[in-house]
Design a binder for this molecule. Sequence first.
Ligand SMILES: [Cu+2]
Length: 169
Amino acid sequence: MNAPLAKNRFAQRCKQLALSLSLIGMSWQVLAQTQIEDAWVRATVAGQPSSGAFMTLTASEDSKLLSVQSPVAKTVQIHQSSMQDDVMKMQQVQSVALPAGKPVSFDPHGYHIMLMNLTAQIKEGDKVPLTLTVENAKGEKESIQVEAVAKALATMDHSKMSHDHSKMN
Ligand SMILES: [Cu+2]
């Protein structure tokens, strides 16, 4: 909230109250606008520094996924995997477009949510809380909570993928 410093503190508090009320109203209003299905996280072995989270997002209006947060990881990034010269590479992206009504899947072959600097091992069956921030075309932000189930799938070893972190610094 970038409200300028009001000289009258009472007026400022009223403003803040009105703002937080409108934010509450707004989040109720938009809560159901982005659907999340099949959220899961890849379980890790002890000492593994990072993992991936996967899901399908369907927004009811044109939106974009801006960021993700989770208590299990100090850093969470949105990555995109792609084949480059027969090598699977991934790169950080700033946002992912969520066109109205079109399911966008986050899977090991495309976009995924990268959980980095994990604070603890993620064991199979764990429920990993994720908070997604989605912004619609009007600039309204929606915060969505989801619990992703940890699965030990051996479909692809994420740790063998090369990371291009050149955009991070
Ligand atoms: Cu990644």
